[in-house]
Design a protein around this ligand. Structure first.
Ligand SMILES: [Zn+2]
Length: 112
């Protein structure tokens, strides 16, 4: 069980039920992804940030329903695809940021 020290979850530290202190981290592994959250320095228990967990659930639902498809559009001489808002928020992507594209046998991978 976790208790937010100021009553909210937008905090740097949380009190853990073991008596330890959980600090903000951004490397909690879940579903082969890295999430932000808190990790107790004493018992090592981890808690994914509820906001990110909620975004992930939205993403998983859209993916399951096959709704994460985007159309290729043309702007000038370039072809562009849009990043769905749920992915933009999960990745904390901002306009103007660079993404690296990689061609693999599964398709194109865009890395932040
Ligand atoms: Zn603990």
């Amino acid at each position: 069980m976790w208790v937010a020290s100021n009553g909210g979850f937008n905090v740097v530290e949380l009190k853990c039920s073991c008596g330890g202190t959980a600090k903000r981290v951004s490397d909690i592994e879940y579903k082969d992804l890295a999430f932000s959250g808190w990790r107790c320095s004493k018992c090592k228990e981890e808690m994914v940030d509820p906001y990110q967990a909620n975004l992930y659930l939205k993403y998983a639902k859209l993916r399951k329903e096959g709704k994460l498809k985007v159309k290729v559009r043309k702007i000038g001489n370039s072809l562009v695809i849009s990043i769905p808002s749920v992915l933009r928020e999960l990745l904390a992507l901002k306009e103007g940021e660079e993404m690296k594209l990689e061609l693999t046998k599964e398709g194109v991978i865009a890395k932040v």
